[in-house]
Ligand binder design. Structure first.
Ligand SMILES: C[S@@+](CC[C@H](N)C(=O)[O-])C[C@H]1O[C@@H](n2cnc3c(N)ncnc32)[C@H](O)[C@@H]1O
Length: 287
């Protein structure tokens, strides 16, 4: 059977070691994402189609195009949409989220009872499941009191593609696979093969583009009571991790909480945060 021309062309443009070194350097400088030697195939396979679309014959032409001047923002955006790993789901790492709901939220609700204001940040939100999970948990914690509180949950990511999906609030079964029937029925409406999130929960969250390398842009979002930064530090090297953690240090309230991913640690970074003695929570406070 003959393959269609688009299928037969996938993955046809090979990347040399030198081109890989150049391209990952460009990516690192712009976004702090560090591609390990073993990840050459990721860039090659994810960008090959893009080169075809632009009618470039090899990666050198693409790199030249990217670096030709300061105004290649659109192509960088297109590239980040394609090369980032956006895996996520609702209630990802439940033991950690149980700690957030059962220990952190009651403590913060008590601490903020006069101002009745809470600001939470999902700093590498991907398609929004993490931010919306926080919203569901906060909604459950406040109950009827929610009406009197000013809640702001911000989701940010470098990829515009995932942010668009987050704003839609509509998810395939894969994203909600670990939810029990009660949560699913309470907060989602199934239409065909998609699960549409409750409008109240949606209205608690907003999504904006942010490159975590960009401290100045991050600053405009102000101070947060809780910051989630899960499963993105693994793509950075120690310098970038330190920079990102120092942004969080600047933008976290004195008694705020920083949650990181279960396979990540701040231990070797020598940053002014201490881990709370809750092994499954991966949660830190400022020292
Ligand atoms: C694996 S997802 C994690 C999603 C969610 N935090 C979770 O744990 O389920 C990693 C996200 O980090 C984003 N990302 C990677 N580099 C970034 C950067 N420099 N600034 C902002 N977001 C970035 C990617 O676009 C991707 O959506």
């Amino acid at each position: 059977m003959a393959l269609s021309s688009s299928m037969s062309k996938v993955n046809t443009i090979k990347m040399t070691e030198a081109q890989f070194d150049q391209l990952r350097d460009v990516i690192y400088k712009r976004a702090g994402i560090h591609f390990l030697d073993s990840k050459k195939y990721v860039l090659e396979s994810r960008l090959s189609r893009r080169l075809e679309e632009l009618e470039f014959e090899d990666f050198s032409q693409y790199i030249m195009f990217l670096t030709a001047g300061p105004y290649q923002m659109e192509e960088f955006q297109e590239m980040f949409n394609r090369i980032t790993i956006n895996e996520t789901s609702f209630f990802r790492n439940e033991p950690q989220l149980d700690y957030f709901e059962q220990q952190v939220l009651p403590q913060l609700i008590e601490a903020r009872k006069d101002t009745k204001t809470l600001r939470l940040w999902s700093s590498a939100s991907s398609t929004g499941e993490e931010a919306y999970t926080m919203a569901i948990q906060l909604h459950r914690s406040l109950g009827i009191r929610a009406m009197d509180w000013k809640i702001e949950i911000l989701g940010t990511d470098i990829s515009e593609k995932v942010l668009k999906q987050a704003q839609e609030g509509k998810y395939p079964h894969y994203s909600v696979r670990s939810l029990n029937e009660m949560v699913l029925n309470r907060y989602f409406k199934q239409e065909g093969s998609y699960y549409h999130l409750d409008e109240n929960i949606k209205s608690m969250c907003r999504f904006e583009k942010l490159n975590l390398k960009d401290r100045v842009s991050a600053k405009r979002f102000g101070t947060f009571d809780v910051i989630f930064c899960r499963n993105v530090l693994i793509y950075f090297d120690d310098d970038m991790r330190k920079n990102v953690i120092s942004i969080f240090h600047d933008q976290l309230a004195k008694d705020g909480y920083l949650f990181i991913g279960h396979s990540e640690s701040l231990r070797s970074l020598n940053v002014p945060f201490e881990q709370l003695p809750a092994p499954q929570a991966f949660v830190y406070q400022k020292v």
